[in-house]
Design a protein around this ligand. Sequence first.
Ligand code: 17E
Ligand code: FE2
Length: 423
Amino acid sequence: MSPLPFSLLLRRCRFIDHASSEDLVDIAIQGGQITEIAPQLPQSADQEIDVRGQLVSPPFVESHIHLDSALTAGQPRWNQSGSLFEGIEIWRDRKQTLTLEDVKERAIATLKLQASQGVLFVRTHADVSESTLTALQALLEVRQVVKDWMTLQVVAFPQDGIYSNPKNDVLLEEALARGADAVGGIPHYELTREDGVCSVQRIFELAAKYDRLIDVHCDEIDDDQSRFLEVMAACALRSDLGPRVTASHTTAFGSYNNAYALKLMNFLQRTQMNFIANPLINITLQGRTDTYPKRRGITRVKELWRNGLNVSLGTDCIQDPWYSLGTGNMLEAAAMAVHVCQMTGVDEINACYDMVTTHGAKTLKLLDGYGVEVGKPANLIVLDARDRYDAIRRRATVRYVISQGKLLAQTEPPATQWHGDEM
Ligand code: 17E
Ligand code: FE2
């Protein structure tokens, strides 16, 4: 009896875990799963792709983006100061005109842009401090629409604070009842420090009540006195929820004095919580009130990573009130982290690649659903690169994107024709 053909066979793959080896493998896919990985598989398949020694990696994970505001830059006006707070004010005006169609169209266009560049897992924030909950409802619907090619998580994010308006607490809870995957918050933007502390406690209470993950915009400010991360750490320790908790941005950590930062780092290690840095955005939003020397305004990525904490990187924005640029390419975020966090050693560059793949998967709790291994769902990408370092250095093109066993997108790398003199 002849062996069953596979639905998809990738020939001559360079496996990311041993990219330096010259041994190439074939990867066989059937029924949406990876069924075999071995050199020169003798069987045939419905579709075969010769990868010609290019790098096979698990897909990119976008652990932090705001899909509700993506592709709105300039509406109703441009951010002149470049600050976070002007961005929040512009968005407050823009969000009055949201419709389900408007949010869904922009979110799906952004997800396609990211998927075509190898992103198959996304965590988006949805602003729930808006009385109709349009952004949240639209993104919950998008989660369903894209589920056959993209896994989307939605965080209920009260952009204006939980206590700035008495309705916001009710809206946040309603968002969880409707099915948001995680509870968010913004303690540094609450009216008082006490409100900020209460907001963190409320987020943990809601996460326990609805059994959801936590992802808080925490201390996204250059104020060295903004210390809500310690409150998150205390709540994580007391609730034992640590691995289900994420602190996003935490840029004030870059401004804390070293004595405090050292003490805090020890507490954080005990929590096992996750961190997300958004280097493209925070290198532009922060430091705006400094003259010179001007702070970088990014959290202590290298130190968190060296201390064994899980750190991933997000894009945060694509053409919105906070950032008018953006391509959705995770290698751009990784390359910016290499520069801004001075992670230029080869092991550090490789770690920045892991921060947009495996570390993001850990933050999103993808668990056994992620990774290029026999028995796992067939989600993988092929990059025009030799290894992780090469991929980041050249912002390598993602040649093929395989999602749930099927070829989803394919891109040719740019090719130059040299017309000058031969030398
Ligand atoms: N909202 C916020 O509070 N911080 C950000 N970086 C963005 C939106 C993009
Ligand atoms: Fe954000």
